[in-house]
Design a protein around this ligand. Structure first.
Ligand SMILES: N[C@@H](CCC(=O)N[C@@H](CS)C(=O)NCC(=O)O)C(=O)O
Length: 201
């Protein structure tokens, strides 16, 4: 059974959400999130970060890699279009956009305003990160498509990756009324029973 090191409001939410959507059994190893301004890899997990999984001795970090690994091993074709299809290309774009492009400026805002105590001394840095975070959201708002999910009618793991990024954008106040399409999308995500279960963990 997969063991998941988990703390609420961290990227571990993505993995628990995926496991719930797939209906896979898993063991939750709860840890207290260590918020720190100076050190990284300081979480009480085998690789110092959240999330980490242990699948029968295979220890893995990186939420996107974990999501892809679980789908390859246990997905049986669910929650991801087949390789070689046009939908797969779009799936890969959003899966990686969520963590690689949209999240980094949000991470800087969180780091500056929550973990450090000198944000007031660097307003230009915070404003720059907020501006870049908003640009990422503009890209998503513009290229979202017809919905209801990123790939249209088919909910996929790309929605799970993006959902957590949008929670962070909402938490730092970037996801405001400039983004009606994304706000409606986030509301739909929040209605999914699998996510509701994870938000209660
Ligand atoms: N790109 C990684 C980021 C992992 C990450 O930074 N996780 C945060 C929690 S959401 C963490 O462990 N922060 C503490 C640290 O960096 O030491 C992923 O998607 O898993």
């Amino acid at each position: 059974m997969i063991k998941l090191w988990f703390a609420p409001r961290t990227r571990a939410v993505r993995v628990a959400w995926l496991l719930e959507e797939l209906g896979l059994p898993y063991e939750l190893q709860r840890v207290e999130f260590e918020a720190t301004a100076t050190a990284f890899f300081a979480q009480k997990t085998p690789l110092g970060k959240l999330p980490v999984i242990d699948d029968e001795g295979l220890i893995l970090a990186e939420s996107g890699a974990i999501v892809e690994y679980i789908l390859e091993q246990y997905g049986r074709g669910r929650l991801a279009p087949a390789p070689g299809t046009p939908a797969r290309a779009r799936y890969l774009q959003w899966l990686h956009f969520a963590e690689s492009t949209a999240f980094p400026p949000l991470g800087i805002v969180v780091w500056m305003t929550l973990y450090r105590d000198d944000a007031a001394a660097h307003p230009e840095l915070v404003q720059d990160a907020i501006g870049r975070a908003a640009s990422g959201l503009e890209f998503l708002e513009t290229h979202f498509g017809v919905g209801p999910w990123l790939l249209g009618e088919d909910f996929s793991a790309a929605d799970i990756m993006m959902g957590f990024t949008l929670f962070a954008a909402q938490a730092v106040g970037v996801l405001d009324s400039r983004f009606p399409i994304i706000n409606a999308y986030l509301s739909r995500l929040q209605e999914r029973p699998a996510l509701q279960k994870v938000l209660d963990l």
